[in-house]
Design a protein around this ligand. Structure first.
Ligand code: 0A1
Ligand code: ZN
Length: 852
């Protein structure tokens, strides 16, 4: 078979020729030989169709139709499934029965039914169900599931409502038709942290968070976050929960963050368990966001699902948009927006600039697991945010109401989604659809002119070519604009300009002075904004005065990038930037969390990206030096003010993860990071010794390591936390991200020898390897040893866990940014990976795409 025949194409979509009315699954659990019996009521929709079922790694014990065991000649088995010939099938509804055997203990890929610390669990998205039983494993086949689980474990869970529970056996019925990727089963010696929720129509729902014994004391925050999510979805989207019970299970071995299985969410324990001593402020915020994300999927993903996997962003983009809005409402909206845009730029813009660029709705793939990307998720969310701006808040709510009314119980497409907006708002969204179908980040150039009271903004848009996509048509871009007076007052209310042409002007009349423009407020579209060099924006003025918090922060970021890029090329720190930061530190009115974001310098990876976007090749060593020098210059210029701020932001009383104290801590720690450059890590050491919470303890540890005086603190931390997997993950990561670049590799080489480096655990593997790759200058050593080390480990992991190996290979996606030496070293590692015998489909697709 050639590689190309493995490519799946959107244009090949065909509906399934059978309707699956009902599924009964009976499990007899055993680590080495679990028996799965499936009975499916199938209704043929087209005459004389063969019945195709997916199945991988299954030992078939029995296959029967309406009780008649099939002869071997009546079906064909292959590595990927089973086809029952049309002649073996009745013309009317029939029952297909299969029995298979699987070995969960041998499943290291963590897809299908597997074991984690002695407990059974499942992961079926996207195509894991086919590793459990023969089945039409595609999201447009939805069925009601009735599941029986028999096994020794005290707790036996599946989707839906429990209908029978006795020792060694449990029965679950899910009344809502669902695709197989939402199936879940959990069995283990678990304990629950429980609560309840009364829905808006007065139904009582039992809530449980299931964990290993000993972890139940770390579940309270997640449970409260779940209740807040349920309330928010009722209030903001009118969506009520629809089962009698909602279970969440924390699992230590998990490839991703969490999974929205109907009524039985499975979580990476990292995103459930939290206590002040073990979780940081940002962990708490992420836990709240991920709990919300998975819960929100109940409507956007489960009740309305995707027709096929090309439509993944239909559920993911919308659900990310919903969780971002939720967190913005629970916390400080503008701060959340800045965090989200920073993450978008760091991950999605990076992806879009390189060989892995793809549309939010791809039209072909080899391995769908490789498309759980920042483009599908985060850019997908930006597209929903743009739609909301185009139709307004009420128009958005009307559209969503229509979406739920029209499509409940269906498996949908992006076309269905856009049609809902067109029908409810009367707008034509054909041009807007390019956001879904076209890859690449548009570059938006702006120039302005002022004459006789008339101010003109002229925009030009251009989207570069991307792999497989040439010249692209103009996009429909909402550009939020404000105009400021020379004292910083808003001259107009923020206006959404709708750009639809390649070049387009917008005129503002009746102005008595030339305004200062504030463009792309709130980051109203995922584009790169470039200013006409003849008339650059007054960033220091905007940083001081813009009433739009996002653009205030953005002005500071622009200044920081400009000065650090100049410094990387031999220049000095820009005094106007240093002064602007000084003003910000002394601005008592600014919110601490916002201030902290303004004080944080762009990461080295972001600086490299900015240089690349400007057509220059980034030198990782020079970038590291320049960034350190800029931080030192800020610390020297504002030492007293920073020191006073550090003291003033100390939070008294017991730790609370709430936004207000968390914001104070973040500002305090931003000051600490700058001061570390001049106090040799003394304050950080004192904080490390005194801290009673993980937020400060970990940040202080990072700073002493960065100051080169962290060995004792690292040893103390390890002694204290060696029995705690989640905290030890932090220990592995921080010493690599924070260490001097020339020591990063030797540290990483030492850490892989540590007995606690359990490399088969995805969290532990990621902590070490991603921690190393995040040390920008350390990973990009000019001798290529960093690349080699990283590639060696990807190759080692691939046979066991291809999904994680493939996802982590994206450390190489930026090769085109760098000088020819580094380019050829990175490409050589990719080529070595690509040529490895027996490589997984996952990693093979990724390495081939990166090589181009
Ligand atoms: N749907 C989940 C993400 C997810 C996808 C794949 C997984 O295993 C391969 C696991 C989780 C979400 O969006 O949260
Ligand atoms: Zn999701």
């Amino acid at each position: 078979m050639t590689q190309n025949t493995l490519t799946k194409r959107l244009s090949d979509y065909q509906p399934y020729p059978f309707e699956l009315e009902m599924v009964r699954l009976d499990f007899r659990l055993d680590p080495d030989a679990t028996q799965v019996r499936a009975r499916m009521a199938m209704r043929p929709l087209r005459a004389a169709s063969a019945l195709e079922l997916d199945g991988e790694g299954l030992v078939l014990r029995k296959i029967a139709v309406d009780g008649r065991v099939l002869a071997a000649s009546e079906y064909t088995q292959s590595d990927t499934g089973l086809v029952i010939h049309a002649a073996a099938l009745p013309a009317q509804t029939f029952t297909l029965e299969t029995e298979v055997e699987i070995a969960p203990a041998a499943n290291t890929a963590l897809e299908g039914l597997y074991m984690s610390n002695g407990m059974y669990c499942t992961q079926c998205e996207a195509e894991g169900f086919r590793k459990i039983t023969y089945y039409p494993d595609r999201p447009d086949v939805m069925a009601r599931f009735h599941v029986t689980v028999a096994g020794d474990a005290p707790v036996l869970l599946s989707n839906g409502n429990p209908v029978a529970q006795e020792t060694g056996r449990a029965e679950w019925v899910d009344p809502w038709p669902k695709p197989a990727y939402l199936f879940a089963l959990v069995a283990g010696d678990l304990v629950a942290h429980s609560g309840s929720f009364t829905t808006m129509s007065g139904r009582e729902v039992a809530l449980n968070i299931w964990v290993r014994k000993g972890d139940e004391t770390r579940c309270a925050f997640a449970l409260e976050a779940l209740k807040r999510s349920m309330t928010w979805d009722e209030q903001v989207y009118g969506r009520e929960y629809d089962l009698d019970i909602f279970n969440i299970v924390a699992v230590d071995d998990f490839n991703m963050g969490a999974m929205e299985n109907k009524g039985l969410n499975i979580f990476n324990s990292k995103w459930v368990l939290a206590s002040p001593e073990t979780a940081t402020d940002s962990d708490y915020e992420r836990i709240e966001g991920i709990i919300a994300h998975e819960y929100f999927h109940n409507w956007t993903g489960n009740r309305i699902t995707c027709r096929d996997w090309f439509q993944l962003c239909l559920k993911e983009g919308l659900t990310v948009y919903r969780d971002q809005s939720f967190t913005a409402d629970m916390r400080l909206g503008p701060v959340k927006r800045i965090e989200d845009v920073s993450a978008l730029r760091a991950r999605q813009f990076r992806e879009d600039r390189g060989p892995l660029s793809h549309p939010p709705r791809p039209d072909h793939y080899k391995e769908i697991n490789n498309f759980y990307t920042a483009t599908v998720y985060e850019k997908g969310a930006e597209i929903v945010g743009m739609l909301r701006q185009l139709v307004g808040p009420q128009g958005y709510r009307d559209a969503l109401d229509l979406y739920f009314e029209r499509h409940d119980g269906q498996a949908c497409t992006i076309e269905d989604w856009l049609k809902v907006f067109e029908d409810s708002s009367g707008r034509d969204l054909r041009q807007f659809k390019h956001w879904y179908t076209d890859a690449g980040t548009p570059r938006l150039q702006v120039s302005d002119d002022f004459k006789d009271g008339t101010y003109t903004l002229e925009f030009t848009q251009k989207t570069d070519q991307t792999p497989g996509q040439g010249d692209k048509p103009a996009r429909h871009i909402p550009i939020a604009v404000g105009l400021l007076s020379d004292t910083g007052a808003d001259l107009i209310e923020t206006k959404i300009l709708e750009m639809t042409e390649p070049r387009q002007s917008f005129v503002f009349e009746g102005l008595s002075q030339r305004p200062v423009p504030s463009i792309l407020r709130g980051f109203s579209a995922p584009v790169v904004l470039e200013f006409d060099t003849g008339h650059p924006p007054d960033s220091a003025f905007l940083l001081a005065h813009d009433s739009d918090p996002f653009n205030r922060w953005e002005a500071g970021r622009r200044l920081a990038l400009q000065t650090v890029v100049a410094m990387a090329q031999g220049g000095a720190a820009d005094p106007s930037y240093v002064a602007a930061i000084g003003a910000l530190i002394k601005d008592g009115a600014a919110d601490p969390a916002f201030c902290a974001l303004c004080l944080a310098l762009p990461s080295e990876d972001q600086i490299a990206q900015a240089l690349h976007e400007a057509g220059k090749s980034p030198d990782p060593v020079a970038i590291h030096r320049a960034r350190e020098a800029l931080a030192t210059a800020l610390a020297n210029a504002h030492e007293d003010a920073l020191s006073a701020l550090y003291d003033a932001m100390a939070v008294s009383g017991p730790y609370r993860p709430d936004p207000e104290p968390a914001g104070q801590r973040s500002l305090r720690l931003a000051a600490l990071a700058l001061l570390r450059r001049i106090d040799g890590g003394a304050r950080a050491q004192a904080l490390f010794d005194a801290a009673d919470n993980m937020t400060e303890s970990l940040a202080a540890l990072g700073q002493v390591v960065a100051a080169g005086v962290g060995e004792a603190a690292l040893a103390t931390f390890r002694d204290r936390w060696q029995g705690d997997r989640l905290v030890m993950d932090k220990w592995f990561a921080i010493q690599l991200t924070a260490s001097a670049p020339d020591q990063a590799l030797s540290r990483a080489e030492k850490l892989v020898q540590d007995p606690l480096f359990d490399w088969k655990n995805p969290n532990r593997f990621r902590s070490l390897m991603s921690g190393f790759a995040a040390n920008h200058a350390g990973f990009h050593r000019v001798d290529g040893a960093g690349y080699r080390f990283y590639a060696d480990w990807l190759l080692r992991l691939d046979p066991l866990n291809p999904q994680v190996a493939a996802r982590m290979s994206t450390a190489f996606e930026t090769w085109a940014r760098y000088d020819l030496t580094r380019q050829s070293l990175m490409r050589a590692e990719l080529a070595r990976i690509a040529q490895t015998e027996g490589l997984s489909r996952d990693l093979s697709e990724m390495s081939a795409r990166m090589l181009g």
